[in-house]
Structures are given as structure tokens and as C-alpha cells.
Design a protein around this ligand. Structure first.
Ligand code: ATP
Ligand code: MG
Length: 336
């Protein structure tokens, strides 16, 4: 008879319809009982619609039935909510003092950096009134599958699990004009009703600013650390101080600071032009008491990839050093 480990291994090959992550990564296996030549498997039904459940039942019993020594494989479902199933190690929030500084872009790059490291990553787009994550990943036309118990995230090409209000709106350009309480309800639902499964890191793209909206998110989610994004245009010191104060109030450590649109490299001379004024990255990192993770230049290639929904193809020296510096400041799970 196969061991439990062997059975789990085979179940890693079963991709859940609608999200295409496997049963183990989605944390859907509740119980495996081996007796004589029989295996009983209990799966959680969270966020799976009836047809996905039927498909999985057949697929799992077929997969396990083929293992040597197994005569019979039974599959049962138990009710469970995504909240009961989800096992997210760390939530990292990306915040900015004002809008349009490239916060979503940086959130995306941080997620991609972790995915390149082989981490299981999700991105929760908490910018409910200005969602832009699906677009830069080229997922605007994708619709998530859902059931009465929850929603499945959408998977990016690199395997990042993504949830955004944009994926649920009929038209990508539909304006979201909800008021505060509804927005915080949506974010709570993105945390509790989305089947994230097992994730090493969940990156949260916060709404811009230091007003109510980002605060609500930090109160709703168990945030382990925050990354602050700024641009040299900002009347930065005050904005950063506000962001730092907010994070401190919430007991969230600032992991690092990213300065975006720092400079432009002139194509002919290779000279750096500080288009938006002198870089304040170092100074602001000091104000925040956290390392400066990167100074990202204005890069036409980056803008183009964002527009085309191909952000995952971006590569540059700056991105490499952002990745390395980010990984250094991340909370790590103690090995058990
Ligand atoms: N370093 C950069 N080089 C080139 N283009 C950039 C850069 N940073 C941002 N952009 C462009 O600016 C757009 C806006 O960036 P982004 O959506 O990340 O800003 P944001 O801070 O999240 O804005 P909002 O406050 O509206 O959420 C991107 O889609 C991208 O095209
Ligand atoms: Mg944004």
C-alpha cells in the first residue's frame, strides 16, 4: 500500500479546475485514511462549485486508484469555508503617501520577486476604487470561479494568486464609488472568502494615502510588515512621516522604502536625469528607520510592459537588486 506521503504526492498532480493550483497547495486535503486495500480521502469543498467537486471526485479516485496496492479509492467532501482552509504565513502591505507613485507596480514587482524565489505568493488588490493589479498582469478579461462558499483567485502566468475587485466587475472600466463601510467589507471578504490556500506571502496593494481606507485594511488583515513607495515629487518628508506614524499605530514594522521614478537614464549619453527633483530616497529611508530597497528609474520598457499586461517579463539590474534587498528584510518562517 502507498504511504500517506505517497498519496499526497500524487494529489500534488491534481489541479483544481478554475484556479489550476493543486490540491495540496490549496490546502484542500482534510483527511487521508488508509485501510487494507482501500483509501478514503476527505476534501474540503471551500469555494468549489458542484461541477468542480464532481470533477475532482472522479479525478482523485482515479489517480489514487492507480497507485500500486490500492483497490478502492473513495473521495468525500466536507463543508469548509476558505477562512478555515487558508494558511497564509505573512501579509506584506505596500503603501504610499499619495496616488500615482507606482505603488501597484511595486506591489507587483515584489510579488514577482518572491515567485522567482519559488515562494507561494498571492496579491490582494485592496485598492478597491482604483484597482490596477489585474491589468498589469494581463488578467483583465479573466473571471474567477466561485461557489456559495467562496471565490477562487486567478492565477498569473508565473503562478501568483490574484484577487481584485476588477476581476469581479462586469466591465474593467466600471467605476467603483462605494463608501467606506462597503469597501472595508469587500476587503474583509477578499481575506476571508477567497481560497488562497497555502501561501508563504500575501502582498496587499493598499489604497493610496494615509486616510481611512489604508487604515481599515491594516485593521482587517494581520499585516506583518509594510513597504513604503514614494516618488521624488512628493513633499516627501511629511508624507513619509505620516505613513510611518500610521504603521507604528498599527504595530506594523516598516520593512523598507522604495523610491520610484527616481531618475531617467538618457538614451544617448547614459546620463541620469533627476526629472522630478533630487532623489530623497536615502533621506526618506532614514526617516522611516528602514532600508532603501531600490531606486527605480522611469523606464519606458516598464511602462510598456504594464500597459501590455506583461509585467512578469520585466527584467533589469534594478529589479534584481530590489528582489535581493526585499528578500533580506522579509520575515521568515521558523523551520519546524
Ligand atoms: N518606474 C516607472 N517607469 C515607467 N513607468 C512607470 C514607472 N512607475 C510607474 N509607471 C507607470 O505608471 C503607471 C501607474 O503606476 P501604478 O498604477 O503602479 O501607480 P499607483 O501608485 O498604484 O497609482 P494609484 O495611486 O492610482 O493606485 C503604471 O501603470 C506604469 O505604466
Ligand atoms: Mg495602484
Amino acid at each position: 500500500m502507498p504511504t500517506k506521503e505517497k498519496i499526497e504526492q500524487s494529489l500534488e498532480e491534481v489541479l483544481v479546475p478554475g484556479v489550476m493550483r493543486n490540491l495540496v497547495k490549496l490546502n484542500l486535503i482534510r483527511e487521508i485514511v488508509i485501510s487494507d486495500q482501500k483509501v478514503d480521502i476527505t476534501l474540503a469543498s471551500a469555494a468549489l462549485n458542484p461541477s468542480a467537486q464532481d470533477w475532482l471526485k472522479a479525478k482523485v479516485s482515479d489517480t489514487i486508484g492507480q497507485l500500486p496496492g490500492v483497490n478502492q479509492a473513495n473521495v468525500n467532501f466536507v463543508q469548509a469555508t476558505p477562512k478555515e482552509i487558508n494558511a497564509v504565513d505573512y501579509v506584506i502591505a505596500v503603501m504610499s503617501g499619495k496616488g500615482g507613485v507606482g505603488k501597484s507596480l511595486v506591489a507587483a514587482l515584489l510579488g514577482i520577486a518572491l515567485a522567482h524565489q519559488g515562494k507561494e505568493v498571492g496579491i490582494l488588490d485592496a485598492d478597491v476604487t482604483g484597482p490596477s493589479i489585474p491589468k498589469i498582469f494581463g488578467l483583465s478579461s479573466v473571471r474567477p470561479s466561485a461557489s456559495e462558499t467562496g471565490i477562487l483567485p486567478v492565477l498569473s502566468k508565473l503562478g501568483i494568486s490574484i484577487m481584485s475587485i476588477n476581476l469581479l466587475l462586469e466591465h474593467e472600466d466600471d467605476a467603483v464609488i462605494w463608501r467606506g463601510p462597503i469597501i472595508s467589507k469587500v476587503i474583509q471578504q477578499f481575506w476571508e472568502d477567497v481560497l488562497w490556500g497555502k501561501l508563504d506571502y500575501l502582498i496587499v496593494d493598499l489604497p493610496p494615502g494615509t486616510a481611512d481606507a489604508p487604515l481599515t485594511v491594516m485593521q482587517t488583515l494581520p499585516v506583518s510588515g509594510a513597504v513604503i513607495v514614494l516618488s521624488p515629487q512628493e513633499l516627501a518628508a511629511m508624507v513619509v512621516r505620516k505613513a510611518v506614524r500610521m504603521a507604528k499605530q498599527m504595530n506594523v514594522p516598516i520593512l523598507g522604502v522604495v523610491e520610484n521614478m527616481s531618475y531617467l537614464t538618457l538614451p544617448d549619453s547614459g546620463k541620469r536625469l533627476e526629472l522630478f527633483g533630487k532623489s530623497k530616497g536615502k533621506e526618506m529611508a532614514e526617516t522611516a528607520g528602514a532600508p532603501l530597497l531600490a531606486q527605480i528609474p522611469i523606464d519606458p520598457k516598464l511602462a510598456q510592459l504594464c500597459d501590455e499586461g506583461k509585467i512578469e517579463r520585466y527584467s533589469s539590474e534594478v529589479f534584481d537588486s530590489l528582489s535581493q534587498n526585499f528578500i533580506k528584510v522579509l520575515p521568515l518562517k521558523a523551520k519546524t
